[in-house]
Design a binder for this molecule. Structure first.
Ligand code: MLC
Ligand code: AMP
Length: 501
C-alpha cells in the first residue's frame, strides 16, 4: 500500500488538528497539509513525473519540503533527498546516477544546477527556498488542480537515499513503501507513541533519521510536530517546554549540556530523548541523567535498514549499548576471522527483516557483495550478550561518523591524491569534542606540494564542508602492515588528541 495513503488515513478524523508548527508561529493543519500535497503532486505530474520516476531534492528544510516529499509518495514516484552541503561536483554524480525526471533545488543555486540538470537529461528543475518560496510553490499557487493518490504495492520503491560507499562513490539505497511503513509501525509501538506526543524536530530531512524515523512516527499517529529549520540550542531550549519527544544525534546532547539553561525544569514536559546515528558516549549519557533526571534512549540503525535495535522504553537503558533488536528484526554475528556465525560474543552484525532495503540503485554486484545467504551485512562490529542486548563496539568498514554524518575516507583520499606534489594520502577520523569524530588527513608529499591551506581550499571546492579535513599533515611515510595496508588504527592513536584542545 502507498505509505502516503496510510499517512492520510491516520489523520482522517483529525483534519483540523495541527500537523506542524514553526518557530515563526505559522501552523499547518492536516487538512492544509494534504491539500498542499495533492496540489504539489499535480505540479509534479504536469512536469511529467510518473510512477517510479525519481525526483531529486536538494533544498533547505521547511514545511514545504515535507509537502514535496509526501507529494512524491502520493504519485508513486521515488524521493531522492540530498544533503544541502553537497557541492556542484557532488551533485553531478547524483544526477547522473539517479537520472531523475525532476530536480528541486535551492533558488540560490538554480543558475549552475539548472544548466547541469538540462545537460544530464533532467526534464524540469524547480526551486524551493528555506522560506518555502520558489518556482515549485509559485506553480502550485496558480491552480487548484490536484493529482490522485497512486496505488502502490508494498514492494514498490518510495525513496532512494544515498549513503557513502566504501569504494568512494555513494550508492543509492532503494527503500520500499513497506520498508518505511513497517519500520515506523514498529518504532511507534516500542517507543509508546501517543496522540498527545509533540515531536521536536531539529534534524535535517535529507537522511533517514530526520526524514523517516522522526517524521513517520509523528505523521502516522498523527501527533503534532514542532518543526525547527535546523538544530540550534536557543531554538531547542525555547521549544522544549512544549514538546514531549526529541530525536537527535549525540552532538545535539553534547551541545545542550554545554548550556547552563538546559536543566531539569526545561525537560519536565519531555517524555523521551532518543539518540542515534553515531555512538553516544557513556559520559554524555551520565551527564545528561545527572542534569535532567532522564536517561537518553539510544538506538542503532542505518540508511539501508532504518532502525535495527533500540534500548527499551520501559526497562534498563544501558549507556554504551544500543539495546535489543526490534521485534521484527533478526540479527546474527559473523566472526571475521573464522567466518563462523554466532549468536553471542563479538562479530560483524548481519540482519534480516522487513526493514531491509532492496539493494543499491543500479549496482547489482555491490548489492550482492553486501548480502550473505539473505542477510544484510552491516559492516558494524557488534557484541551481543546472552540476553540479546547489542553494543556497537567498532566498525569493520573504514568509516568516519562526524556529527551523525557518514564520511568514507576513500572519497577524500581520492580527491587529495589528484593534487600536485602529493604521493599518497590517508584520511582518518579522530575524536572531536563537538562532532564525536572529525576528519584529518596525513599526506606523503614532495617539497613542492601546495601546503595544508591550499589543499583544504582545493577540497572545499569539490567536497561538502563536513568532509573537508580539519588538518592536513605532511608525513615522511604512512605506517603499513605486512600486507602493505596502511595501519589506520595506529594513525588514529598517534593523532588522537589533535582536535581535542
Ligand atoms: C556541519 N559541519 C560539520 C558537520 N555539520 N562538520 C563535521 N561534521 C558535521 N556533522 C561544519 C560545516 O561544514 C561548517 O563548516 C560548520 O560545521 C557549520 O555548519 P552548520 O551547518 O552551521 O553546522 P551545524 O548547524 O552546527 O550542524 C551540526 C549538526 C548537523 C551536528 C547539528 O551536522 C546535524 O544536524 N547533523 C545530523 C546529521 C543526521 O541527521 N544524521 C543522520 C544520518 S542517518 P564550514 O567550515 O564548512 O563552514 C543515519 C542512520 C541512523 O545515520 O542510524 O540514524
Ligand atoms: P548511515 O549509513 O548514514 O545510515 O549510517 C549508519 C551507520 O551509523 C551504522 O552503520 C553505524 O555505524 C552508525 N550508527 C548508527 N547508530 C549508531 C549508534 N547508536 N551507535 C553507534 N553507531 C551508530
Amino acid at each position: 500500500m502507498n505509505l502516503y495513503q496510510r499517512i492520510m488515513d491516520a489523520s482522517v478524523d483529525r483534519q483540523l488538528d495541527v500537523a506542524f508548527s514553526l518557530p515563526s508561529g505559522a501552523r499547518w493543519t492536516h487538512a492544509q497539509l494534504h491539500e498542499a500535497v495533492a496540489r504539489c503532486a499535480r505540479v509534479l505530474s504536469d512536469a511529467g513525473v510518473e510512477a517510479g520516476d525519481r525526483v531529486t531534492v536538494q533544498v533547505e528544510k521547511s514545511a514545504e519540503n515535507i509537502v514535496l516529499y509526501l507529494a512524491v509518495l502520493r504519485i508513486g514516484a521515488v524521493f531522492v533527498p540530498l544533503n544541502t552541503a553537497y557541492t556542484d561536483v557532488e551533485l553531478e554524480y547524483f544526477l547522473t546516477d539517479a537520472q531523475p525526471r525532476v530536480l528541486v533545488c535551492d533558488p540560490r543555486r538554480l543558475e549552475s544546477l539548472e544548466a547541469m540538470a538540462l545537460r544530464l537529461g533532467v526534464a524540469a528543475t524547480f526551486t524551493l527556498g528555506a522560506d518555502g518560496r520558489g518556482t515549485l510553490m509559485a506553480t502550485l499557487e496558480q491552480s487548484m488542480e490536484t493529482a490522485p493518490v497512486r496505488a502502490r504495492a508494498d514492494g514498490d520503491l518510495a525513496a532512494i537515499v544515498y549513503t557513502s560507499g566504501t569504494t568512494g562513490r555513494s550508492k543509492g539505497a532503494m527503500l520500499t513503501h513497506d520498508n518505511l511503513f513497517t519500520n515506523a509501525a514498529t518504532l511507534r509501538q516500542i517507543w509508546g507513541w501517543q496522540p498527545d506526543d509533540v515531536l521536536l524536530h531539529a534534524l535535517p530531512i535529507y537522511h533517514v533519521h530526520g526524514l523517516f524515523v522522526a517524521l513517520h512516527c509523528a505523521l502516522l499517529e498523527p501527533s503534532p510536530i514542532l518543526l525547527l529549520p535546523r538544530f540550534d540550542v536557543d531554538a531547542v531550549l525555547a521549544a522544549l517546554p512544549e514538546a514531549t519527544v526529541l530525536m537527535g544525534v549525540p552532538t545535539f546532547y553534547v551541545r545542550l549540556l554545554a548550556d547552563v539553561r538546559f536543566d531539569r525544569r526545561r525537560c519536565a514536559h519531555m517524555r523521551l530523548f532518543i539518540s542515534g546515528s553515531a555512538p553516544l558516549l557513556p559520559e554524555t549519557f551520565a551527564a545528561f541523567e545527572a542534569r535532567t533526571g532522564q536517561r537518553i534512549l539510544e538506538r542503532y540503525g542505518m540508511t539501508e535498514a532504518g532502525m535495527i535495535t533500540s534500548n527499551p522504553l520501559h526497562g534498563e537503558r544501558v549507556a554504551g549499548t544500543v539495546g535489543y533488536p526490534l521485534p521484527d528484526v533478526e540479527v546474527r554475528l559473523r566472526c571475521p576471522e573464522q567466518e563462523t556465525v554466532v549468536q553471542e560474543g563479538v562479530g560483524v552484525l548481519e540482519i534480516r527483516g522487513p526493514n531491509v532495503f532492496q539493494g543499491y540503485w543500479q549496482q547489482p554486484e555491490r548489492t550482492a557483495a553486501e548480502f550473505r545467504e539473505g542477510w544484510f551485512v552491516t559492516g558494524d562490529l557488534a557484541q551481543r550478550e546472552a540476553d540479546g542486548r547489542v553494543s556497537i563496539v567498532g566498525r569493520h568498514k573504514d568509516l568516519i561518523i562526524s556529527g551523525g554524518l557518514n564520511i568514507y575516507p576513500r572519497e577524500i583520499e581520492f580527491e587529495i591524491n589528484q593534487l600536485p606534489g602529493i604521493d599518497e594520502a590517508a584520511v582518518i577520523g579522530v575524536p572531536h569534542p563537538d562532532f564525536g569524530e572529525a576528519v584529518i588527513a596525513l599526506v606523503v608529499a614532495s617539497d613542492d606540494w601546495p601546503g595544508e591551506e591550499r589543499v583544504i581550499a582545493e577540497l572545499r571546492a569539490r567536497l561538502a564542508g563536513f568532509k573537508v579535513p580539519r588538518r592536513v599533515l605532511r608525513t615522511a611515510e604512512l605506517p603499513r602492515n605486512a600486507m602493505g595496508k596502511v595501519q589506520k588504527a595506529l594513525l588514529r592513536d598517534t593523532h588522537a588528541a589533535i582536535l581535542s584542545g
